[in-house]
Ligand binder design. Structure first.
Ligand SMILES: Cc1cc2nc3c(=O)[nH]c(=O)nc-3n(C[C@H](O)[C@H](O)[C@H](O)COP(=O)(O)O)c2cc1C
Length: 308
């Protein structure tokens, strides 16, 4: 059983933070399909401190959303500490710090992956967040900067010595971005030296693959990102249904959750994107995706799915 700082989770399968995707309805859906923990989209510490409307929207949560981790990103220890004090009010189960995002918008300010180049700053940020957090703090990082500069082991040691309650390692380097394959050997090595739980991440697309990764590496949990899009069954032991008809109930459930928690008028493009992802591997699915993307209103989209 996955346990982080004394908190037990019903499953070691975790929904990864995915900017633009892991909002409240998708987190709730993945929870219903078995995810033991879900992680919000990355939240800017500046956005929190300056009370930006968009940032506050990202903090929407409900009781059914628990346990949930809210992920913060930033490069200034003081602002990260201030943002943590504000984040406490939203009562997440855990607070995660992003030390792995390779997107230029994030790294050019010294946050995300750029912190792998400055472990002292990373440590200061972690200590600052821990000093204010009312819940356990975790860190998500990558294997390293590039194939010559692995940082995962150094970061594992630094994190456990500086107050983190768990570490997630995405087995790709900053240089790789999202291409190539994840290196699970480095995750195994991190597990061998860690006193805190190690969560492995990278390229898991089925439940069985997640189990195999935990068995091979000994890691305490696995995090699934892209493999969960249009595929909440990745969290379910029974796996993804084989027939088209068995896929539909999940799509309908996702639409119900989106209708309940989103502004369906303003977020139609987003809703169409998520919905289209369920239809990728069936005969005639490109036609279905075209129709989803042609829907001019949420009601039209829902009626179309209901009639499938
Ligand atoms: C569209 C997209 C958005 C992402 N957003 C975040 C994020 O907000 N925070 C973060 O730590 N990682 C983010 N990631 C990285 C994922 O959490 C994960 O580490 C990565 O996709 C590898 O896992 P996977 O192979 O299961 O997708 C993002 C990845 C993608 C593809």
């Amino acid at each position: 059983m996955l346990k982080i700082a004394g908190i037990s989770f019903t499953s070691p399968f975790i929904l990864a933070p995915l900017a633009g995707y892991t909002d409240l309805p998708f987190r709730l859906l993945c929870r219903e399909y078995g995810a033991g923990l879900t992680v919000s989209e990355m939240i800017s510490c500046h956005g929190l401190v300056y009370a930006q409307k968009k940032t506050h929207k990202m903090l929407a949560s409900t009781l059914a959303d628990k346990p949930v981790s809210f992920q913060l990103f930033g490069a200034d220890p003081e602002i990260m500490a201030e943002a943590t004090s504000l984040l406490n009010e939203f009562e997440p189960t855990l607070i995660d710090i992003n030390m792995g995002c390779p997107v230029r918008k994030v790294t050019k300010r010294g946050a995300g992956s750029a912190l792998m180049k400055d472990i002292h700053l990373a440590e200061k940020i972690l200590r600052a967040v821990c000093s204010k957090a009312k819940v356990p703090v975790t860190v998500k990082t990558r294997a390293g900067i590039d194939s010559n500069t692995t940082t995962a082991l150094e970061f594992t040691r630094m994190c456990q010595d500086s107050g983190a309650s768990a570490i997630t390692i995405h087995g790709r380097t900053w240089a790789q971005g999202f291409s190539g394959t994840a290196d699970w050997d480095i995750i195994q090595k991190a597990k061998e030296i860690a006193r805190i739980p190690v969560i492995g991440n990278g390229d898991i697309v089925t439940y069985d693959m997640g189990i195999a990764r935990m068995e091979e590496t000994g890691c305490d949990g696995v995090m699934v990102g892209r493999g969960a899009l249009g595929n909440p069954w990745v969290f379910d032991k029974a796996g993804r249904p084989e027939t088209f008809n068995d896929i539909i109930p999940a799509v309908k459930r996702h639409l119900i959750l989106m209708e309940k928690h989103l502004d369906t008028k303003r977020q139609l493009a987003y809703i169409r994107n998520h919905t289209g992802r369920y239809f990728t591997e069936f005969a005639g699915s490109s036609h279905i995706r075209q129709n989803i993307h042609a829907a001019e209103s949420f009601l039209e989209l829902r009626k179309y799915i209901d009639a499938l």
